[in-house]
Each structure stands twice: as C-alpha cells, then as structure tokens.
Design a protein around this ligand. Sequence first.
Ligand code: LIP
Length: 281
Amino acid sequence: MTDVWQSAMDHAVAVARKAGQVVREAVGSVQSEAVMLKSSSIDLVTQTDQKVEKLIIHSLQEKFPTHCFIGEESVAAGEACVLSDSPTWIIDPIDGTTNFVHSFPFVAICIGFSVNKQVELGVVYSCLQDEMYTARRGKGAFCNGRPLQVSQQQDIRKSIIATEFGSNRDPSTMDKVFSSLRKVVSIPVHGVRGAGSAAINMCLVASGRVEAYYETGIHVWDIAAGSVIVSEAGGVLLDVEGGPLDLMSRRVLAANNRSIADQLVKEIDAFNLQRDDEPAS
Ligand code: LIP
C-alpha cells in the first residue's frame, strides 16, 4: 500500500530545514524596529516570522494545493483558525520568537499535519541546535534519525517539570500561573525549567530530558507538531485538568506517563482562555 504521508513528511522536513537556515541567518541581527507587538508588550513577532511562514506555506501549497493551512501569522493577519477534517498543515514559523529576538538558543520551526482532526505527522526543528524532531502516527518519534523514548521515571519527586509564564500578564491569570508553579515546586520536584518554546518543551518530554510539560496560553500551532512526537515517544497528551487534549483549548499537559500526569493535575490551578477556534469577541 502506498505510504501516502511519507512524501508529506519528507517535504515538511526539507522545508523546515530551509526555514531554519533563514532563521539562523537572521538571528543576532534582529533590529529593534523589526520587532512588532501582538497581544501585549511581551508577545513579539518579527518580519522573519512572517517571511518564514510565507516560505513554508508556499512550498507546501505547491506540493499539496488542495490542503488547508493554519499558520500563526496568517491567523494574526485575520485568517480563520478552524481545524476541519480536511488535510491541514498547522504551522508556527518561529516557536520561541522572544528567544529568537534575544538570540536565546531555543527556537523551533513547527510543522504539524492533521487529517480528520488527528495529527498524522509532526516536525519540530530546533534550528539553533540543529535538532530535527520528527514523528508520524504509529511509526515512532526521532531526533536527527535517532529513536526517542520518554523518561521511565514514575516518581514526580525525582522529576523535572517544564512550564512557561506565557505572554499574558493579567493579574488573575498570573495568580493562577504562580499558584500552580508554587505547588509544583513544593511537591517537591527536582526542578522546573522552561525553554521558552512550547514545541521544544514537548520535545524535551519526548526525549526523556524532562518528565512533563504543562501550560495554559499556548496555541494550536505551538503544540500540534509536538503532540505526535510526544505520543510516538511513548508519552501521554492531556488537558491540564486530566481529560483528553483539545488542540484548540489553549491548554496542554504532556507527560512521560499517566502517573506523573495525574500527580501534576492535582497541583495545577486550571483556568480558561479564549479558544483558538472561538471568534474574537
Ligand atoms: C511561545 C510559546 C510558549 C509561550 C510563549 C509563546 P511563540 O510561542 O511557545 O510556550 O509561553 O508565550 O506563546 O509566540 O514564540 O510562537
């Protein structure tokens, strides 16, 4: 039987590598005027984000003209963010834009691909580290071709947990973020880390370097590609309240196993944000 999605994976890897080259050439020379603001003074976007997204979408559209697209910067420019059953590419051209602006080394090109609302393949290219994370549903997860497996740790007190502060500084949101963080730190866990990129945090789970990652405030383009990488590495993907992951909910909990996930769910003060597929009020 023809492996219909292998050519899609191969093309996604090639365009992610090409996009990563553009990012590497731009990092370190992002002039202050090239940095624009989105939802807040700490939600950044640059001309490189926009240029890279156009490059990725153009390349994929040439090969797959009937497919749909959800891109972070296209949505920011007003395109609808709707995940249908149609074959859909879900793209974050630069996950970790703040890191990119500051030359902080965790910057990822994210390309996910879903059919019937299920992510079939994911590519996360940590381009400053030259780490190409890939996964296809049912075929394993890899980094630069080496198989990935999540940590086998069952004891959360012997774990490192990843999370982020996000880009929302609303006081009630901050209260929830810090109350959750305090409870997780006080378990106590060995440590809390944040790469500044949801996708790279998920790849750290998939590669067994951290046991779990949770965040509220991310978007579907931050997590789609990483979700299949985590699951194919043997991990679990949940909502922060323990139910099934909802890609459009702005919430994610990725863990090495259900035991660690359930222990985290007890400590997280969950809250809701406007969904990705909810029309702006
Ligand atoms: C980032 C996410 C990160 C989150 C940041 C930001 P971006 O994505 O990867 O998890 O904490 O606020 O949203 O905006 O760099 O593509």
